[in-house]
Design a protein around this ligand. Structure first.
Ligand SMILES: [Mg+2]
Length: 176
């Protein structure tokens, strides 16, 4: 059965309904790291995200991290911590890293959903590859110059009253 690709928005990764993903034939997730799982200043962790990833893996879903982050040790740390292969810097939305991720997972674009907070990187990349996408709110972080100008069009602001976890081992990561 052919499935139509979908584009959704939600607040956090852990709010994504795994039964829905399975129902629509998703077998792989391309996951963003910065401001999706962990804030780029290593201060906040997306609530329940790691548990959600574990549940998704138990449901048979494959993962691949594509991070545009240039601090490779950070991506390596999270890749190891979550036991997910990763490419960084992935230069999303350009196609090279998406191609690598799809090949590595041995899945077709219609079986993949890209989850991330950046419209011009994650969501645009998904669109270029004909994958489904789910845009999550950006974890709070110090804004970059372009985010001050264009952030409101490219990102979903994290709701002020929504739960937020502080990354407990912040010191460990920032000292590497
Ligand atoms: Mg991001």
């Amino acid at each position: 059965m052919r499935r139509r690709r979908f584009n959704k928005k939600t607040t956090t990764v852990a709010l994504i309904d795994l039964d829905f993903l399975k129902d629509v034939g998703i077998q792989g997730i391309i996951l963003d790291l910065d401001n999706t799982i962990v804030s780029e200043d290593d201060f906040y962790l997306s609530p329940n995200a790691e548990h959600w990833v574990e549940q998704a893996k138990l449901a048979g879903i494959k993962f691949f991290i594509l991070s545009n982050g240039k601090r490779r040790y950070r991506v390596e740390y999270w890749s190891e911590r979550m036991d997910i292969p990763a490419i960084s810097p992935a230069r999303k939305p350009f196609p090279f890293s998406f191609n690598q991720a799809l090949k590595s997972m041995r899945l077709k674009p219609q079986q993949i959903v890209v989850i991330g907070d950046g419209f011009h990187t994650d969501i645009l990349g998904a669109w270029l590859w004909n994958c489904s996408s789910i845009q999550v709110a950006s974890l709070p972080h110090p804004p970059r110059w372009w985010e001050k100008i264009a952030g409101k069009w490219l990102q979903i602001p994290y709701p002020q009253d929504f739960e937020l976890w502080q990354l407990s081992n912040y010191q460990v990561i920032s000292n590497q």
